[in-house]
Design a binder for this molecule. Structure first.
Ligand code: CP
Length: 306
């Protein structure tokens, strides 16, 4: 299996070699103008949860490839009248779309299940709290580019913050296992999964002493009990889990600091840390467009459209 499968939902069936070949194809080709399409091609971005980075970088990536782009959002479509995701996709497929990029929330269908009923390629652009594989790809690609090494095996990635609700962590763990990257968590109990096999550091100091990479995660207040307010936990969180200049004294000089975005500024990460040379947050965003473009190209190639 490779990145030229019909759908891209998760990393099942992929190998480390597939991932590194994919990374190597992107590297050095950022400025290339993609080959022309063999006919008009149309993609529909279906975003049932809010997004800035993923939605717009997919839009740019598709337009880079010459693909026509439509956007369907929950409150401005027949989703608001109760039409299901499956019925929506069947209708859009009948219209002749060539590709779907889907961000879904709590809708009952799973993207994996939909691939059994929809032949038009589906790309997972973030699914509830269960996965966000293109984010994991761009995170690992960012690390790959920073390290200027052929392999990421042996890196130690510490995830800090709202791990329980993070689809980014789930996809990253899946991908990092393939690449032999070691992972660990550091978070208050309410942000940890109810059970897990991943090592947990009780303090940020211990975690940062161990890690070669730290990824801060947004506290997803919208997925917590409505009584959890940022103002109530802010000071304690910043002191114990915030990426502040003071806390980062314990982190490697050649470490890499990531955040998938959006971040709660001066909460998960302090404003003055953003100019630290170890921060690669805007590299992640820049690489997101490249990674998504390369994925779109692989699928178009497989469909004989490129
Ligand atoms: N990282 C990420 O998925 O950001 P958006 O929700 O803005 O797309």
């Amino acid at each position: 299996m490779s990145f030229s499968d019909n759908h891209f939902i998760d990393f099942r069936g992929k190998t480390a070699q597939d991932i590194y070949s994919f990374f190597q194809r992107i590297q050095g080709h950022d400025q290339d103008i993609p080959s022309p399409l063999k006919r008009m091609v149309h993609a529909c971005l279906i975003f049932l949860e809010p997004s800035t980075r993923t939605q717009l970088s997919f839009e740019l990536a598709l337009k880079d490839c010459g693909v026509g782009v439509s956007l369907l959002q929950k409150n401005f479509s027949s989703f608001a009248k109760g039409e299901t995701l499956l019925d929506t996709l069947l209708n859009l497929q009948a219209m002749g779309y060539d590709l779907f990029v889907i961000r879904k929330g709590e809708e009952k269908e799973t993207l994996e299940g939909l691939t059994q009923q929809i032949s038009t390629p589906i790309i997972n652009a973030g699914e509830g709290i269960s996965g966000h594989p293109t984010q994991a790809l761009l995170d690992c690609y960012t690390l790959f580019k920073r390290r200027k090494k052929n392999l990421l095996a042996g890196e130690r990635v510490l995830f800090v913050g709202d791990i329980r609700h993070s689809r980014v962590v789930k996809s990253n763990i899946e991908l990092m296992r393939l690449l032999n990257i070691d992972v660990a968590f550091c978070a208050p109990d309410i942000f940890l999964p109810s059970s897990c096999e991943i090592k947990i550091f009780p303090t940020l100091e211990e975690g940062l002493n161990w890690a070669s990479v730290v990824m801060a995660l947004r506290t997803q207040f919208e997925r917590h009990d409505k009584d959890l307010h940022m103002e109530k936990i802010r000071d304690l969180f910043i002191q114990n889990y915030g990426l502040t200049t003071k806390n980062l004294r314990h982190f490697a000089k050649d470490g890499v600091i990531l955040h998938p975005g959006p971040f709660n500024r001066d909460y998960e990460i302090a404003s003055d840390v953003l100019s630290d040379q170890r921060v690669a947050i805007y590299d992640q965003v820049q690489n997101g467009r490249l990674v998504r473009r390369s994925l779109v190209q692989a699928i178009l190639r497989q469909k004989g459209l490129l």
